[in-house]
Design a protein. Structure first.
Length: 260
């Protein structure tokens, strides 16, 4: 899909990948870019920069998502591209607080469900539209320290696969952005966990946004800014047990190298 003259929405647009996406869509000639974020002031700042609209939206609140979509459709008649980009990270395993598990599930999974629930009717009626989900390489490869993050990203990927299966023949296109390390606040948290290898290959958000634009033009389901992720995913499919052993070794190496 060519992004020129399209009405585009980017959630989590106040910073990081979302901000870079908003800027790149605007520079590519989008008809209008709506920047949505729980940080309303941040969304407004980015929107002013790109000549778009800034709207405060908590994507974990279905009423906020519904209002966002209804407002944009009322103002602009349609939503052509919706980047469901907002997400959070939670570390730990089953011992992580239940409140953290519930919160990350709402943001990293249910927000996409809410978006699809209220966005699809308009897209299906027009037989046209594009939903872009920011997932993570963790959706394909899991995470050696953060179970809540890995689990919710895998669930998000599965949901977008379902959308592509159910509606790909009805004019609704779906892509999943699955980067590895990106130079954002979330990567800084990963580095504190001892995952410095992510920093070594980390990309600037602007580079990721450019790759997204190219992926949308090709209408690729998986958009992989780090090509090695495809190789790791292939290894996982080829020999699951060997891949699990490799992930255990990776976890042990990181633990051994981490200061006590």
């Amino acid at each position: 899909m060519d992004v020129a003259d399209r009405v585009v929405v980017v959630t989590g647009g106040a910073r990081g990948i979302g901000r870079a996406l908003a800027r790149r869509f605007a520079s590519s000639g989008a008809a209008h870019v709506v920047v949505a974020d729980i940080d309303g002031d941040g969304a407004a700042t980015v929107a002013q920069e790109v000549g778009g609209s800034g709207i405060r939206c908590d994507v974990s609140d279905e009423s906020d998502v519904r209002s966002l979509i209804e407002r944009i459709e009322a103002d602009h008649g349609r939503i052509d591209i919706f980047c469901s980009n907002a997400g959070i990270a939670v570390g730990g395993g089953p011992e992580a607080a239940s409140s953290d598990w519930h919160r990350i599930w709402e943001v990293n999974v249910m927000s996409h469900v809410y978006v699809a629930r209220h966005l699809l009717p308009g897209m299906l009626k027009r037989n046209d539209g594009y939903i872009v989900g920011t997932v993570s390489a963790a959706g394909l490869l899991n995470h050696v320290f953060a179970a809540p993050y890995g689990v919710t990203k895998a669930a998000a990927l599965s949901f977008f696969e379902w959308l592509a299966i159910a509606h790909g023949d009805h004019g609704v296109k779906v892509s999943c952005l699955c980067p590895q390390g990106v130079k954002t606040d979330m990567l800084a948290a990963e580095t504190r966990l001892g995952l410095e290898f992510l920093t070594a290959s980390a990309l600037e958000p602007e580079a990721v946004a450019e790759i997204v634009i190219q992926g949308l033009r090709k209408e690729e389901f998986l958009i992989l800014p780090h090509p090695e992720v495809a190789q790791f995913f292939q290894r996982k499919a080829d020999d699951y047990d060997r891949w699990l052993r490799g992930m255990r070794r990776l976890r042990e190496r990181i633990l051994e190298a981490s200061p006590e």
